[in-house]
Ligand binder design. Structure first.
Ligand code: HEM
Length: 480
């Protein structure tokens, strides 16, 4: 047994070494550019252990320090090229995007649905993206303001009842899910909402678990929940077709879609994209809000300044009797800068993955076909040449627009986030109601980061909320 294990190991090492030497020789023979600097680590495991045994940001930062803006590594069984400059990220995501396809593990693709737009490129992607973008355009989302306000108030009221400790991240997931459901389906019958939530939660748990079909595992339960979710969606679609509703929400757009040959989308394509959008909208928004609440809690002077900005609007709305208007949500400059700075500091999507569809040469280096390519958003956001004193939380840095291609919280190019306006709108609305009527205190340790897989404050930032009679400190504006 031991001998066969040793032989297998030696065989693996030899084959990796030989294929490496072969690739090197071939490139030399063809006169092709060299690979970027960096280490491929140990045979097969590469540098996976180094990456996972420390803070991933420290791993990337130390590599960048040693090798510069482009370097190679080998993680999770794949050779990778990492890109840590705005120009390199732009090359992959914008100007040469056609040469780099999105890549996700098959197990994850299966849970979300292989027709979801973010797994695709080319014509199918362009068409669907147009459709998704128009469903989340300002013209559409502005109509949702009163509903989003009602959701925010109801969530905050429930948190402030009974002095309980709230896991902000987990609670914000529920809020982001409800906003997602609203933008996809409009007003959905309550029992459908609950069924979708119940099954989506099971998928969510399976998404980050080990992908095995063994009965009883989180992954296999998620696969079953995915099937049930599709049935529920089909029922909702059937009802909508019977009622001949022509809604302008995402489901309406997906149902009404026809290409130039008059072909409509299949049921699977519709279901995969509905689930895909729910997936893209939930943890991202929840983690962003959790960080915002942490940064505001850590800087009470800034919190008072945000509160003053929001109280002026609250009072103009007769103490919250009137609903927020679209124009008011467009005119919350300090709160908006706090959101941008939180997204930069936390860089919740630290990097993205693509795969080279061909051998590509960038600045004299070869990116071999089939290698993974990772633009490192966080490294760009934390580069002191682009964002001076990058570890200081300073919303005033966004008083001037960031240099082009340096603020990548919502990505860049053909796959950039089509939900970014909705995300910012729901966060602004949430903050308005939070700071004008409530206060919160973080419970327990206030430092530490947890990955799930997005970074969030430790334990989801456990906090206590309470209602407060509003007061304005006009002086607080100074300094921001
Ligand atoms: C603060 C919240 C959010 C952040 C930070 C965020 C960030 C991102 C980023 C960085 C990408 C690009 C990924 C890549 O290039 O590989 C992306 C794509 C995407 N996002 Fe968001 N997102 C947020 C909220 C939302 C919301 C609310 C929705 C929908 C309502 C949404 C829908 C999508 C979709 C559908 C894609 C894929 C686009 C494509 O492949 O063409 N996101 N998001």
């Amino acid at each position: 047994m031991e001998i066969s294990a040793i032989l297998t190991y030696v065989f693996l090492c030899l084959s990796i070494l030989l294929s490496y030497l072969f690739i090197k020789k071939e490139r030399k023979r063809k006169g092709i550019a060299k690979l970027p600097p960096g280490s491929l680590g140990w045979p097969y495991i590469g540098e996976t252990l180094q990456l996972y045994s420390q803070d991933p940001n420290v791993f990337f930062a130390s590599k960048q320090k040693s090798y510069g803006e482009i370097f190679k590594t080998h993680i999770l069984g794949c050779p990778c090229i990492m890109l840590a400059s705005p120009e390199a990220a732009r090359f992959v995501l914008v100007t040469h995007a056609h040469l780099f396809r999105p890549t996700y593990p098959k197990s994850k693709e299966k849970l979300i649905g292989p027709s979801a737009l973010f797994f695709h490129q080319g014509e199918y992607h362009t068409r669907l993206r147009k459709l998704v973008k128009s469903s989340f355009s300002p013209e559409t989302t502005k109509k949702a303001i009163p509903d989003i306000e009602a959701m925010a108030i109801s969530a905050l009221e429930s948190w402030a009842t009974g002095g309980q400790v709230i896991n902000i991240f987990q609670e914000m997931k529920k809020f982001a899910f409800n906003v997602g459901i609203l933008s996809i389906f409009g007003h959905l019958e309550n029992n459908y909402g609950e069924q979708l939530k119940e099954n989506y939660c099971i998928i969510d748990k399976g998404y980050n678990s080990f992908p095995t079909n063994l009965p009883g595992t989180a992954y296999s339960k998620a696969i079953l929940a995915r099937r049930r979710l599709k049935h529920i969606l089909m029922e909702i679609i059937c009802k909508r077709k019977e009622q001949r509703l022509l809604e302008k929400d995402l489901l309406g757009h997906l149902l009404n879609f026809k290409d130039e040959k008059e072909e409509t989308l299949t049921e699977d394509q519709i279901a995969d994209n509905v689930i895909g959008v729910l997936f893209a909208a939930q943890d991202t928004t929840a983690s962003a809000v959790t960080w915002i609440l942490k940064y505001l809690h850590d800087d009470q002077k800034l919190l008072e300044a945000v509160k003053a900005e929001q109280m002026a609007i609250y009072e103009a709305n007769e103490g919250g009797k009137k609903s927020l208007t679209w124009a008011q949500t467009r005119n919350m400059p300090l709160t908006y800068r706090v959101i941008l700075e939180s997204l930069r500091m936390a860089s919740i999507i630290s990097f993205t993955f693509r795969e080279a569809a061909d051998d590509v040469v960038y600045k004299g280096y070869i990116i071999p076909k089939g290698w993974k390519v990772m633009p490192l958003f966080r490294s760009i956001h934390h580069n002191p040449e682009l964002f001076p004193f990058p570890h200081n939380f300073d919303p005033s840095r966004f008083e001037v627009p960031p240099k082009p291609n340096t603020f990548l919280a919502f990505g860049n190019g053909v796959h950039a986030c089509p939900g970014n306006e909705l995300a910012k709108l729901e966060i602004l609305i949430f903050i308005h109601h939070l700071v004008t009527k409530f206060r919160w205190q973080v419970v327990g340790s206030q430092s530490g980061v947890q990955y799930g897989p997005f970074p969030i404050p430790q334990h989801g930032l456990p906090s206590r909320f309470w209602k407060e009679p509003s007061s304005v400190n006009q002086d607080a504006y100074s300094g921001y």
